[in-house]
Design a protein around this ligand. Structure first.
Ligand SMILES: Nc1ncnc2c1ncn2[C@@H]1O[C@H](COP(=O)(O)OP(=O)(O)OP(=O)(O)O)[C@@H](O)[C@H]1O
Length: 329
């Protein structure tokens, strides 16, 4: 991935963020945050390519929210640097943030105002939104997150999913170059999750860069083009999702009732394997799944099911979360 180190020309109120597109929508270098004795984030070099949907993946407490807060200038790094849309943070916050929509740590809405009234207040504080455009922007944002029908209801009567969607609507009041979402589907039912995914897909199609944190691999796999895996505050993997998925050694799990015959066949063919719950598991290092299946079938092994699995990212993420479970026990 090429890095743009060129300083961007600063023009007008929004400065660099408006004048040219940096190669990376966000970048951190040697990012570190310490709270007392807790090192929440350490040595994180994050690169968010323009137009990517980057999943910040990691178990609870791995530093996702802290990283996002530093990206947005909500907290100052103890060490290292952050660039958002080509400008340094937090000092360039006034220039970058009008182009960034964020849903972090539950939005602060007024409980006794309706969803629409709340959004109008948010809209009035948007530097890029002219006063005359507020009503339309609010209605469009409500429509986009599926809250148009509930727009006049008081915020305190909203379900968790509706509150989350109103937060997303606030983040989408003006076209953004970058949208940052911290665990946006937390606590949502499947329908709410689908709606948030739909909005993310729309953002991606329109060229908006998205950073979304999650502790769920499946969630990231379903929505992201890129991923960065955090573990105990450090980034242990980063890159294109497909690249990472392809990086590990694939394995083939063969379910069979003829386990002994399968074992003998694999030994005869010098194919390393492990016994699995209902069959054998083969690391596809020197052989392909087709070759393995052919050898087993020719030897008379009744293959009930054969599946390639445990790709690079899954393997890595499993290792992370398993080590956390051990540490916690
Ligand atoms: N304001 C704070 N003061 C003290 N410690 C903090 C603070 N914020 C975060 N931490 C600690 O920093 C570490 C990383 O926390 P962070 O919230 O960034 O992780 P996370 O990956 O977002 O977790 P989760 O998935 O549970 O939201 C944790 O050990 C957390 O307890």
């Amino acid at each position: 991935m090429s890095l743009s180190t060129e300083p961007l020309a600063v023009t007008g109120a929004a400065g660099a963020a408006e004048s040219a597109a940096p190669a990376l929508a966000a970048r951190t270098s040697g990012l570190r945050k310490v709270y007392g004795r807790t090192v929440a984030v350490d040595c994180v070099d994050l690169e968010v390519p323009q137009g990517a949907v980057l999943g910040l993946l990691g178990p609870n407490g791995s530093g996702k929210t802290t990283t996002i807060r530093m990206l947005l200038g909500l907290t100052r790094p103890s060490a290292g640097s952050v660039e958002l849309l080509g400008v340094p943070m937090p000092d360039g916050a006034d220039r970058a943030l009008p182009h960034v929509g964020a849903l972090v740590e539950g939005p602060g809405f007024h409980p006794f105002l309706s969803g629409r009234e709340n959004l109008r207040r948010c809209a009035a504080a948007e530097p890029l939104l002219p006063t005359g455009g507020i009503s339309r922007a609010v209605d469009e944002a409500l429509e986009r997150v599926g809250l148009a029908a509930a727009a006049t209801r008081k915020y305190r009567g909203y379900s968790l999913g509706m509150k989350q969607r109103l937060g997303l609507a606030a983040a989408l009041l003006v076209p953004r170059r970058l949208v940052v979402l911290d665990e946006p589907t937390n606590g949502l039912d499947p329908a709410g999750t689908r709606e948030i995914r739909g909005v993310m897909a729309q953002l991606h199609e329109s060229g908006t860069t998205v950073v979304v944190s999650s502790h769920l691999l499946a969630e990231v796999e379903a929505t992201c083009t890129h991923v960065a895996v955090l573990h105990q505050g450090t980034a242990v993997a980063q890159g294109g999702l497909q690249e990472l998925l392809d990086a590990g050694t694939p394995t083939l799990t063969v379910s069979t009732e003829d386990v002994q015959l399968a074992v003998d066949t694999l030994r005869d063919n010098r194919i390393p394997f492990k016994l699995d719950v209902d069959g054998v598991r083969i690391e596809l290092v020197t052989t392909t799944s087709q070759q393995v299946i052919e050898k087993l079938v020719l030897a008379g092994v009744g293959v009930r099911e054969a599946r390639r699995e445990r790709t690079g990212l899954e393997e890595l993420f499993a290792r992370l979360t398993e080590s956390d479970v051990r540490e916690g026990s």
